[in-house]
Design a protein around this ligand. Structure first.
Ligand code: NI
Length: 168
């Protein structure tokens, strides 16, 4: 396994739209393992392939405290979303140190492929639902700060640029 470098907002590569995975093969399974290792090391609760500059529809999530409940979604689609929404605080490994509240459907039903290429469906609510929607946004080139006001976005951009300069 290997740690993968994570792109930081406002890197324009975070805006790329991911393509569906054609075949779930060894290459994809290796990428999934590397993404999981990168997420655990960060540490974070979710990572989309877009964030490691791979523009394919793959996300990994583990919301457990014990880091032993890895969930993998390949070519995920939301097939149902509840009309009820919920406000929850979000953060992102691509926007370190920034947290803000977003409103999203409270419950969703997702269809995806697993690491063996088999189709599965799952229902999610709470943190898992937030996480899946957040990571799926990455696959369409969207970062959670894109939902915030222009003023907040420009503040976050200058904060991120300052961080990059300090770490350069
Ligand atoms: Ni994120």
């Amino acid at each position: 396994m290997a740690l993968l470098p994570i792109l930081h907002y406002p890197d324009p590569r975070l805006k790329k739209v991911a393509k569906p995975v054609a075949v779930v093969d060894e290459r994809v399974r290796k990428l999934v393992l590397d993404m999981a290792e990168t997420m655990y090391e960060a540490p974070g609760v979710g990572l989309a392939a877009t964030q490691v500059d791979v523009h394919e529809q793959i996300i990994v999530i583990d919301i457990s405290e014990t880091h032993d409940d890895l969930r993998v979604f390949i070519n995920p689609k939301i097939v149902e979303a509840s009309p009820e929404t919920k406000l929850a605080e979000e953060g992102c490994l691509s926007v370190p140190g920034i947290y803000d509240y977003l409103e999203r459907p409270q419950r969703i039903r997702v269809q995806a492929l697993d690491v063996n290429g088999a189709t599965f469906e799952c229902e999610a609510d709470g943190l898992l639902a937030v996480c899946i929607q957040h990571e799926m946004d990455h696959l369409t080139g969207r970062v959670f700060v894109d939902y915030l006001s222009q003023l907040k976005q420009s503040r976050i951009k200058s904060k991120m640029r300052k961080l990059e300069r300090e770490s350069a």
